[in-house]
Write a protein of this length. Structure first.
Length: 392
């Protein structure tokens, strides 16, 4: 193939252009793969919480800026469709051996939300527990907690401890499995007694889950969508009972996070910048190639090659160059994610890389090549044969 042969004639220049495209595609694959994976994790919550209303202060940008009191919970429980209420407080602390903060959920030991976490080692939390904690399976593994003393139903010997950067030491009384085993971040956190956390933080619960059908769990996507729609219909009753609060179905609650939109826009901006730089690189490579082959192109025009055929040849060279960069960049992006997973722990780095994303990456790379080669191709096509043949 002429186009491939032309690229091989200038191996070093072609290699640098190919690597430039590969880096851009690697950035695209890694960022999109991570954002899609994290989004997918969050939206799987609908399977467990499809029949639950999430209640927080109306207009709160984040649950940490909300407060739902125990008195509010009593009022919400009076709504006819509500069978149970779980209050939740969020808290974050640092462990000495971990760069990222650890998330803690304050839950009442006998609440419906607590019951959805299966205890696989040790025991559950009790009302009288203070500095006791349940750790998720992912959290126990990432923090290297020795859980050998935890046996089904209790503790044999000295319970393991978890000391935070602040000096606070927890007694690990159990290990739980998250309600969704394939959503790692749910078991990358700790569960503590809500009342103890309220006393220590001198605050209020941040949010409440109103359980319309306690213990229910759906797996069929159509059933989940139907349940979320039915649950959303109860939301106005929350506003009627307590005007300062707002109830949302799980999908509505997740949609309300502006952070998700910011992540999407950031990914788009990175992709645009990478594509721009790569396109300039391809254009420069192909333009230099046209300059180097001016006499050759003039000869081709003199022997009867049409302008369209010249354009096709240059564009094909650019497309092949970019296609190679795309094929190389896709696995490179996967390696970048694997490297990042060494820094981001506790299940928060979930990746969704499927064949569609790889195809999109290769398509983006090919598009970069075609666009970047457009000007050099047109310039080559409009070289006058007589002038081109005299070019030195």
């Amino acid at each position: 193939m002429i186009a491939l042969r032309n690229l091989m004639r200038r191996k070093l220049r072609s290699l640098f252009a190919l690597l430039q495209i590969a880096v851009a595609i690697a950035a695209f694959v890694s960022i999109v793969g991570v954002t899609q994976g994290l989004r997918g994790q969050f939206y799987r919550l609908g399977e467990v919480f499809a029949h639950d209303l999430v209640v927080q202060v109306d207009g709160a940008a984040s649950p940490i800026f909300s407060a739902v009191t125990r008195e509010d919970a009593k009022t919400l429980l009076a709504i006819p469709e509500v069978q149970a209420v779980s209050l939740i407080r969020l808290h974050f602390m640092r462990a000495p051996n971990l760069a990222q903060p650890i998330g803690f959920l304050g839950l009442d030991p006998e609440s419906e939300a607590m019951a959805r976490h299966e205890i696989v080692r040790g025991r559950g939390l009790r009302k009288e527990d203070t500095k006791a904690i349940l750790v998720g399976e992912v959290m126990a593994e990432d923090l290297g907690i020795d859980t050998s003393a935890l046996v089904p139903g209790g503790i044999e010997g000295a319970a393991p401890t978890l000391t935070m950067e602040s000096g606070l030491t927890f007694e690990v009384v159990g290990v739980f499995r998250s309600p969704l085993q394939d959503v790692p971040f749910l078991s990358g956190q700790g569960l503590v007694n809500l009342q103890w956390l309220l006393d220590v933080s001198k605050g209020q619960p941040h949010m409440a889950f109103l359980h319309l059908k306690p213990g229910s769990r759906l797996s069929d996507p159509d059933d989940v969508k139907r349940a979320l729609r039915d649950t959303a219909k109860i939301a106005p009753k929350v506003k009627e009972a307590l005007p300062r609060l707002a109830g949302k179905s799980m999908d509505q609650f997740l949609d309300s996070f502006k952070q998700a939109e910011l992540i999407d826009k950031f990914a788009l901006a990175v992709l645009f910048l990478a594509a721009l730089v790569s396109g300039i690189g391809v254009a420069n490579t192909m333009l230099m190639s046209v300059f180097d082959r001016t006499r050759e192109i003039g000869l081709l025009r003199a022997v009867g090659w049409s302008r369209a055929r010249i354009v096709t040849m240059i564009e094909l060279e650019g497309a092949l160059l970019s296609l190679g960069g795309g094929i190389l960049g896709a696995p490179l992006g996967w390696l970048l994610i694997k490297a990042a997973s060494l820094l981001v722990q506790l299940g928060w780095l979930s990746v969704s890389i499927d064949p569609v994303l790889y195809l999109q990456a290769v398509g983006v790379a090919t598009g970069i090549g075609l666009i970047g080669s457009a000007y050099p191709a047109v310039r080559a096509a409009y070289l006058e044969p007589t002038e081109a043949l005299r070019y030195e």
